[in-house]
Write a protein of this length. Sequence first.
Length: 335
Amino acid sequence: MKSFFNYKTVTACIALAFLSSCSSSDDSNPEKENEGTPYVTRVLDFAPAVGQFTNMLPKYEAGDSRERMIQKAQSSVVGAKGSGVSLGGFGGYIVVGFDHTIANVAGLRDFRVLGNAFWANSNPNSNAEERGGSSEPGVIMVAYDFNKNGVPDADEWYEIAGSEHQNPKTIKNYEITYFKPDTNKSPVPDPLASWATDTQYIKWEDNQGNSGYKTKNSFHNQSYYPEWITADRITFKGTLLPNNAIDESGNGSYWVQYSFAYGYADNAPNKDDESAIDISWAVDKSGNRVDLPGVDFIKIYTGTNQESGWLGEVSTEVFGVEDLHLLKQAIPTRK
Ligand SMILES: [Ca+2]
Ligand SMILES: [Ca+2]
Ligand SMILES: [Ca+2]
């Protein structure tokens, strides 16, 4: 945006001063009234899974209801650069909405979910084939409001088929249940890892016959189970991506979370073109491509069920969403 106002804008602002706030109307302003804001304007739902930043990003305070936590999540992701939310382990999600439909422009990527992924400075494995560092891939779902009722109906959701969609290690219709921890139980520390204060902290089970415990670490002492949930267990469903974190040091000191090639949230740095999504990658439940004119709602959920030692669980963070067309960023889709 230009750093000065032109004469006409200033005059108009003075004239409108008693009616409303006013801003520059130059053509490069992405917030032109007729197009809408290029960022998230509301959060419809927020349900993080178990995680070391759950109850922290955003912060739970005694008495907060689910509705209040959704409001806090909204405050954390609206606008150009939010303070961010953490979705916890597999399945934890956020649903965001906009004041306009993000258009699906042919041949171009259309939006970007802002995360905090970064590339490692010094991967001990110099032969690594994939880029990596802090990549915590979240699965992206999109909905176009076909019936124009202002909400995403169950049959309006489609999954963005990222690079791992056809990977045989990807598990569709995965389900995991986390059990609320007993605050009176005795912690089980790991004598070989001083950071692990309770290796049997939160029990989990999935629909593949696996079960285990989520570990509590010494860096985060608050409850990892969403405190506003009174139920003794929570279940999440979705597409489980393959594990992406590897202990490249061999001694637990240096974990690299590898990036998938494309199509996920918090998987590549925000400045990297591979963090940008083409709505044309959306598929239906059978995996068939769908031709959406645009999207009105986006859901992001953590796509992996993995812990990376002292780094904790792989958990997607979301700081906002950008409409690339309103921001005049033309990023070609993949060939
Ligand atoms: Ca497109
Ligand atoms: Ca609808
Ligand atoms: Ca992250």
